[in-house]
Design a protein around this ligand. Sequence first.
Ligand code: NAD
Length: 253
Amino acid sequence: MNGPRDRTAIVTGGAGGIGFGVARRLAADGFAVALLDLDEGAGKRAAAEIEQSGGRAVAVGIDVTDEQAVQTAVELVAEQLGAPAVLVNNAGVTRDNLLFKMSLDDWDTVMDVHLRGSFLMSRACQRYMTAAGWGRIVNISSTAALGNRGQVNYSAAKAGLQGFTKTLAIELGKFGVTANAIAPGFIVTEMTRRTAERMGIPFEDFVKGAAEHTPVARVGQPADIAHLVSFLVSDGAGFVSGQVIYAAGGPVC
Ligand SMILES: NC(=O)c1ccc[n+]([C@@H]2O[C@H](COP(=O)([O-])OP(=O)(O)OC[C@H]3O[C@@H](n4cnc5c(N)ncnc54)[C@H](O)[C@@H]3O)[C@@H](O)[C@H]2O)c1
């Protein structure tokens, strides 16, 4: 039976934050990992760090909204590391504003990276997974899917990803491919740092405030999400599909 050691995982937005945490964990689990990120330099540094720790990793500079680039990158990964068996759609951006001030460009950018990007990546990878009769897709949603002031674009995209996940699960299940979504709460990354900066709040105060509203009395780290991804892409998780798992240090509603 194949195990992680014979398998390739693609992580979009793998150059930093949650994506890098996930890539590092999957490499430690034994997967060969491909880091697909807009920031090619950061991706290469991240891949080198994984290799220095004994993992196998490549970085590909790519915009996940570019159809042709996605196709080419996935084929390149298949050639260099082997057919992708795991896909983590993690690349993401925010363009926050209240509805009445939000530009169409900010709406489109957020929709494109999260939804168009996840669609293109999943479509390009599924043919390898269905041919192998085994695959795992994990989409990174957010607690913002339940609604968040100033994020009408982001919350719509993250809720959209949940419907996308359930339909992937329905269509691909008979081919041995599962699809699940993780909806993180507050995770310490550049994304949350930038949000604090934009709001004019020192990051430490921002983190402290978020922790005070979290039942486990702390904020999350990329490793918290990586641990859940590691479970969802394991062989043993084959009966878990079409689920949205909130990883937010407590219940969310
Ligand atoms: N940090 C949080 O609190 C939090 C909470 C819930 C969900 N999320 C989601 O988790 C995912 C990762 O977020 P993060 O906090 O690590 O953010 P981050 O900004 O630290 O990292 C995002 C990565 O995605 C890459 N990226 C952006 N646009 C891209 C594109 N078009 N093509 C390829 N790569 C692209 C960036 O270069 C970056 O490396 C995102 O989908 C985000 O929405 C984050």
